[in-house]
Design a protein around this ligand. Structure first.
Ligand code: BYC
Length: 330
């Protein structure tokens, strides 16, 4: 049913005159900030765009467990191990809220997972980069979760009720994630010269992949115009990226690290930091499946899915037997 799902609305936004009465009433609700709920009428492209975005977001949470999960056994202290374990568990929970939100749109979690495994749905580009050492784990918590928060705080106001409510809960947990990351990198930056060097190297490598998380520049973004008209997205890719840069540069300076991009400069006139564009050809290559870790990430997810089949089968059988017993007792 959803085989064509990833081909979502990319037509230009309809003017009021082109809308059917149902579409106009729907747009009125959006314009008046009334949330859209699962049983409300919605344009098919609104539904598909949401399934694409929420599904992609859910997959990102789950695939995003891999680069950090790798380091749980190698965290430097028991405390760091406990914190990282809790964080990685939280990400599974975020995936669950998001898959559940997407399911209210008429797609099952199994269908979404299948599309991910077959390369018909995406997950965030950032998780196709490796985490080479402990400093990278601090940098992921700080920069990657930091970028995610900037995006997700805005998404709390998204027009689709279940997505918006999932975002509110996720943001609370995500703030703890970013703080633990900053704390870990702070220890390194204020530690021995070797530790400081590792922190610098992690920031240098992860900076551009982190700012790519917000997606292509607005002029290249396929979905932004329609998604913003429907308030699925409430801020554009470039607005969010700028917000992230503005909040993160002073944090880098506080750590006493060098800025990872020589193009970063305070622009008095704009009241924002200028910064260099990432290499967009690298971004498009990564989302096409050719990043450093795409193959490993997908292999790990498919293996986990296959290894977990007996658990799902057991749970289904248990549920079936309970239901049969209940019917027999009635
Ligand atoms: N990665 O028209 P555009 C986390 C694709 S998890 C891959 O601007 P849109 C965490 C896009 O899909 C945080 N693909 O798209 C978890 C489209 O391709 P298709 C994850 C990307 O949707 C665990 C094409 O490029 N957050 O932080 O309007 C541990 C054109 O783009 C990316 C979310 O998912 C990308 N970065 O805007 C630690 C947030 N960017 O589908 C941390 C929710 C773009 O047409 N998502 N593409 O083939 C969004 O807010 C929006 O989907 C985006 C992109 C801003 C990301």
């Amino acid at each position: 049913m959803y085989a064509q799902m990833i081909k979502t609305a990319s037509n230009s936004v309809k003017s009021r005159d082109e809308m059917s009465p149902e579409e106009a009433a729907f747009q009125d609700k959006i314009d008046n900030d009334i949330k859209i709920e699962p049983r409300d009428w919605m344009p098919e492209d609104y539904r598909r765009t949401l399934i694409r975005q929420i599904g992609q977001h859910a997959h990102s949470e789950v695939v995003g467990q891999l680069p950090e999960g790798n380091w749980i056994t190698r965290a430097p202290t028991l405390e760091r191990k406990m914190i990282l374990l809790a964080k990685v568990q939280d990400e599974a929970g975020h995936g669950l809220y998001l898959y559940s939100a997407a399911e209210t749109l008429g797609v099952s979690r199994d269908e979404m997972v299948e599309m991910l495994h077959e390369g018909r749905m995406k997950y965030s580009s950032i998780f196709n980069y490796p985490t080479l050492n402990w400093a990278d784990i601090g940098a992921v918590g700080w920069l990657v979760d930091g970028a995610a928060i900037v995006n997700q705080v805005a998404l709390q106001r998204t027009s689709y009720g279940p997505y918006s409510r999932a975002m509110i809960r996720i943001c609370k947990e995500e703030s703890f994630h970013a703080r633990q990351g900053y704390h870990a990198i702070m220890k390194m930056a204020f530690g021995t010269p070797e530790q400081k060097k590792m922190a610098q190297d992690a920031v240098n490598r992860l900076w551009f992949p982190a700012i790519m998380m917000f997606g292509p520049n607005d002029s290249e973004s396929t979905h932004s115009e329609q998604s913003m008209a429907w308030k699925i997205k409430v801020k554009s890719n470039d607005e969010l990226r700028q917000q992230f840069v503005d909040q993160t540069v002073p944090q880098i300076e506080y750590l006493g690290l060098d800025l990872p991009d020589p193009g970063i400069k305070w622009n008095e006139e704009r009241g924002h930091y200028d910064f260099s564009d990432p290499d967009w050809s690298e971004f498009f290559n990564v989302i096409k499946g050719n990043g450093p870790c795409n193959v490993d990430r997908m292999n790990a997810r498919v293996k986990a899915w296959e290894d977990g089949q007996w658990v799902r089968d057991g749970l289904m059988e248990h549920a079936r037997k309970r239901a049969t017993r209940k019917v027999a007792a009635e």
